[in-house]
Design a protein around this ligand. Structure first.
Ligand SMILES: [Zn+2]
Ligand SMILES: [Zn+2]
Length: 270
């Protein structure tokens, strides 16, 4: 297994000359060209994992220095087991111990293919727990494994913890709804289809972030309408970007604003 240095998604050997995820229009190949990493080489370079509590029952796991895109994984812990979301592109005993001591892992899942990380490696190290992949994004799986299960629409992990496919950034893009999060007001964990902005009071809806390609008005509105039916007050993105409260209104307002801009309502300002 090799790991793409740019996106940190694992891939079966022999690897292709270029990473399919990075050559897609949503990402990019580094000026230095395609490079592949191994877990051993990263460990020898002093790679570390950092685990931090975001709120009771929710733990961020990130790599220091960052591996690939550098997302923060989220471990959602419930009384029935946990979900590892957007797994990072590296795994070590420190992170595994932090995950294991918080109870059994029910599944590993990612918001979209940029966030696959070393998902199968995490599964193996956790005893072969299911790796959930949206059927619509099957073609982006780089490392095949019997632990992979395909799903569509919505998928209940356990009581109060559900994946919802929204599409958008990728056709299989998904969010997690965690009903008990934010002191019972509800939490969404999102990827790039619903991206909390640096201002912490608005959300972006993009096909590509590095290459600045927006989604359409109708797709932004569709996603906001779908998620508006869930109960939540807080949204965590996958880069420590958070809408701490009032997130449902922020999502609706942001979709309206996005739609207005891409529709041309504000062309007089340009
Ligand atoms: Zn890549
Ligand atoms: Zn992405």
């Amino acid at each position: 297994m090799l790991i793409c240095a740019a996106c940190a998604v694992e891939r079966d050997e022999p690897t292709p000359d270029d990473c399919p995820i990075c050559t897609d229009e949503r990402q990019y190949v580094s000026q230095d060209g395609q490079q592949w990493l191994t877990l051993d080489a990263l460990a020898q370079q002093g790679q570390q994992t950092i685990v931090q509590e975001n709120e009771p029952g929710l733990f961020g796991i990130r790599t220091e220095p960052k591996v690939g895109i550098g997302q923060t994984s989220q471990l959602v812990v419930t009384g029935w087991g946990s979900l590892l979301w957007d797994p990072v592109g590296y795994v070590d005993e420190h992170a595994l111990q932090a995950v294991r001591e918080r109870g059994p892992v029910l599944a590993v899942a990612a918001s979209h293919p940029h966030m696959f990380g070393v998902q199968v490696e995490w599964s193996h190290r956790l005893g072969g727990v299911p790796v959930l992949i949206a059927e619509a994004d099957r073609r982006w799986v780089g490392r095949n494994d019997p632990a992979i299960e395909y799903w569509s629409g919505s998928r209940t992990i356990t009581e109060g913890l559900t994946l919802h496919q929204t599409g958008g950034h990728f056709p299989g893009s998904a969010v997690v709804h965690w009903a008990a999060g934010a002191a019972g007001k509800g939490v969404l964990l999102t990827g790039d289809s619903v991206y909390p902005n640096p201002d912490r009071r608005s959300i972006a809806f993009m096909r590509s972030y590095p290459n600045h390609l927006p989604l359409s008005a109708s797709v932004a509105m569709r996603i906001a309408q779908q998620l508006g039916e869930l109960g939540f007050d807080r949204i965590y993105g996958n880069f420590n970007n958070v809408i701490a409260s009032g997130a449902k209104a922020v999502l609706q307002d942001s979709a309206q604003r996005h739609a207005a801009w891409v529709r041309g309502d504000f062309d007089h300002l340009t």
